[in-house]
Design a protein around this ligand. Structure first.
Ligand code: TYD
Length: 139
């Protein structure tokens, strides 16, 4: 089955010829409390990162500068989303296998996350991910 649309519009307002300002608020614009913000920078052009899924973590991904493709795989269907606009966010609220492909040097990937860092929430093996979602599906 095809995946749902996971992009959301981030409020972005022009600020009088001096750029734009974007913002979102926990529990209002995104459906969770934010416990952690992290961002990934200085990634060489062409590099891929990610290659994991999260069991319970919810995240909003956004790219205030640059160009990054986010690939989201739910075990049946793969969706590629281009992040190249500060007013676009990707809401991930279920376990999805993700890969991130840096198309431009200096692109910044920012993430608002629903929980603190927990290595036990990661699944870093694709077959393990498939087993996990199949087991979750029969619950
Ligand atoms: P990881 O999530 O694997 O990065 P990516 O998905 O972009 O490839 O994280 C890379 C390393 O950073 C890993 O050793 C875990 C560590 N890390 C933290 O310590 N705290 C955090 O909040 C995050 C996201 C990662």
């Amino acid at each position: 089955m095809k995946q749902k649309n996971r992009t959301i519009k981030i409020n972005t307002i022009p600020t009088d010829g001096s750029g734009s300002l974007s913002f979102f608020e926990a529990n209002r614009d995104i459906p969770f409390e934010i416990k952690r913000i992290y961002f990934i920078s200085n990634v060489p052009e062409g590099k891929k990162r990610g290659f994991h899924a999260h069991k319970t973590l919810k995240q909003l991904l956004f790219c205030p500068y640059g160009e990054i493709i986010i690939s989201l795989d739910n075990g049946n269907d793969k969706q590629d989303i281009l992040l190249n606009d500060p007013s676009i966010g990707i809401l991930i609220d279920e376990p999805l296998w993700r890969e991130m492909h840096w198309l431009k040097e200096s692109s910044a990937l920012c993430v608002a996350a629903s929980d603190y860092y927990d290595p036990n929430d990661y699944i870093r093996d694709y077959n393990e991910y498939l087993n996990y979602i199949n087991l979750e599906g029969v619950k």
